[in-house]
Design a protein around this ligand. Structure first.
Ligand code: 5GP
Length: 111
């Protein structure tokens, strides 16, 4: 069965989209943990960051560039966090690689 992000990528489920190109989609998190909480999702399926290899370097760099651009667009350049949860014990609930872009407030300690 498809994971929820794959269904969003395939336009089977709606999302509040803030960016899209051939490789990446970004949309607002349905349960925001900060005033700005965007999910940046590579369209190619990887279960999480541990599945990334050297051949994926360009894609990961592009994720970072998209995050930096979205930080400007959403006016959070004074402080933002880009993170990914790897595995259940780290809090991962959707097993399709994604990065949380968080900002718009003073963010607390990471863990
Ligand atoms: P994880 O816990 O895997 O690191 O992050 C999954 C994130 O996806 C959570 O922050 C959760 O709120 C978000 N999420 C889960 N289902 C949906 C959905 O259908 N739409 C959107 N926009 N976000 C979702």
């Amino acid at each position: 069965m498809k994971n929820v992000f794959q269904r969003i990528i395939d336009e089977e489920l709606p999302c509040d989209k803030v960016f899209e190109n051939e490789r990446i989609i970004a949309f607002k998190d349905i349960a925001p943990a900060a005033p700005v909480h965007i999910l940046i999702v590579p369209k190619k399926h990887f279960p999480n960051i541990s599945a990334i290899g050297p051949e994926d370097g360009e894609l990961i760099l592009e994720v970072v560039m998209v995050a930096n651009e979205l930080a400007k667009k959403f006016k959070i350049t004074d402080g933002y966090r880009l993170l990914t949860n790897n595995g259940e014990k780290a809090g991962q609930t959707v097993f399709h690689l994604h990065f949380h872009l968080l900002g718009g407030t003073h963010l607390g300690p990471i863990a």
